[in-house]
Design a protein around this ligand. Structure first.
Ligand code: 5GP
Length: 204
């Protein structure tokens, strides 16, 4: 029987740079895991492509996906829905490939309850003030929105305890390296590999 792939979940507070780290990981030719493209109701940003960055959906379409159980998790974030297609994730894991999700923390919590054997990595900001700088220097948000995001971020940081690993995003390259090292180590975990050796004994 085909051994299942690993479900890797990268999450963390808003503004920490999850998207940047994910894009950096998938721009490296030696990355061996598959990115699960999310569904969202938010409008495409300039340069974003349907089926590459996201599957862009109307609210009606998205709600239908929820009703038909087509999403592994979903969350509303700053007025828009975001969610992970369940069929893609299951089929890819069943084919033996690792699947990588980059999602916000409410979604990660749902995945944790459905896939407790997944690998949950929390991307943390070097400090809260650094996080604020990053949000402000993006230059696209109002003061109110920044304030609300800071409150959310504080709560999210407290959610760190739900995760297996914490990677501080002080340098993108370094964060990518650490995430890949964690995945490699996870594949070597005794609980994940011992059954293969036990099977060898059965043959004798
Ligand atoms: P953005 O609109 O900036 O692309 O993403 C906003 C937030 O939604 C980010 O924190 C991103 O990680 C998160 N996100 C992207 N896809 C998903 C998803 O499928 N599910 C959940 N729960 N969050 C997502």
């Amino acid at each position: 029987m085909q051994e299942k792939g690993l479900l890797i979940v990268l999450s963390g507070p808003s503004g920490v740079g999850k998207g940047t780290v994910r894009k950096a990981i998938f721009s490296q030719p030696d990355t061996a895991f598959e990115y699960s493209i999310s569904m969202t109701t938010r409008a495409p940003r300039e340069g974003e492509v349907h089926g590459v960055d996201y599957f862009f959906k109307s609210r009606e379409e998205f709600e239908e996906l929820i009703q038909h159980g087509k999403l592994l998790e979903h969350a509303e974030y700053v007025g828009n829905y975001y969610g992970t297609p369940i069929d893609y994730v299951k089929e890819t894991l069943d084919s033996g490939k690792d699947v990588f999700l980059e999602i916000e923390v409410k979604g990660a919590r749902q995945v944790r309850s459905k896939f407790p054997e997944g690998l949950f990595i929390f991307l943390a900001p070097p400090s809260l003030s650094e996080l604020k700088n990053r949000i402000v220097t993006r230059g696209t948000e109002t003061d109110d929105l920044i304030h609300n995001r800071m409150l959310t971020a504080r709560e999210e940081i407290e959610m760190m305890s739900l995760y297996d690993y914490v990677v501080v995003n002080d340098q993108v390259e370094l964060a990518c390296e650490k995430i890949k090292a964690i995945v490699t180590a996870e594949h070597c975990r005794r609980e994940r590999v011992q059954h293969r050796y036990l099977k060898l004994l059965e043959v004798e």
